[in-house]
Design a protein around this ligand. Sequence first.
Ligand code: ADP
Length: 335
Amino acid sequence: MLVVIVGVVTLSFTANLLIEQTIPTAQVTPVRTTVIQALAVAALAATIAGLTTSLLLVQIILRSLRNIAGSSQRIAAGRYDERVEVPASDELRAVAESFNQMAEALEQIEQRRITMIGNVAHELRTPLAGIEGYLEGLIDGVLPNTADTFLDMKQEVRRLRRLVDDLQTLSRVEAGQISLHFTTFDINDVIRRVVAQIQPQVLDGCLQMQFASHEHPLLVHADPDRVAQILLNLLGNAVRYTPEGGCITIRSVHTNDEVQVIVEDTGIGIAAEHLPFIFERFYRADPSRARTSGGSGIGLTIARHLAWAMGGDIRAASAGPGKGSTFTLSLPRAG
Ligand code: ADP
């Protein structure tokens, strides 16, 4: 409307000037009247066209916004497959595309939640079925009422406890609720500590340590207990997946800004198709072997989240089945 008013005023002013300069005085009045009439008709037409266009535009915008509002209500009610139609206009297309991206992300989160519940139920079933079997055996008199039977039962209860503890740690670590106590310490001390802790499990097997430097401390800025927890997990896996006669090496190396602890084993290795997924919750390269050996399938997920929380990372590598595995924990270097 403002555009039309400014246009009409400018045009009438210019036309007036031209009329006065170029048209004989006697004809000025009729020409001026004709020009004013023409301008009035043009202004009216422009106003009608402008209003019609604006109304149409508002209608299109309102329809799209109503669509988005409707879809967001359906998503809130649990219809995660809901998407909005992408309109032709640039601005609205961007809004609709962002909305659809958000809806897709929500759908994936929901999918992960459903998978997680299924996995937890599946993991709980195995030790529970074991305990139930022992109890039934005891009640029916099939199993002897001896310490051995109860020890076997305790083993299943321990597995259940470990799973519940791991799940609790996982939920806290994923929610960023784990408390970290950062200090500067020598990573080689922590390596010595975890190796001493894991040694009884290795028995006669070979477990070697190699340090970047024996004389100088290799300082990192992290939580020493959490670093120990990660290394225990990596060493525990190395022990679990390395058959007798194999060897495990843990060594520390450093770059300018990073310290790395490398846990290498000559064990069963990991096939290339499994490697990208082993840090995912409950993922097991070989489900039957991992489950019978007592693994919860979330140890590496927890370890990686802990490493991330300390500004580090964990990477896995393997030349393939039967060719051993290498896990590298990297942490920010201090000092
Ligand atoms: P689990 O408790 O099953 O060991 P993790 O999260 O610690 O769960 O490991 C996930 C999977 O990664 C394991 O089930 C196993 O298939 C594979 N994996 C982990 N460490 C090793 C290793 N050192 N050698 C071979 N496979 C490994």
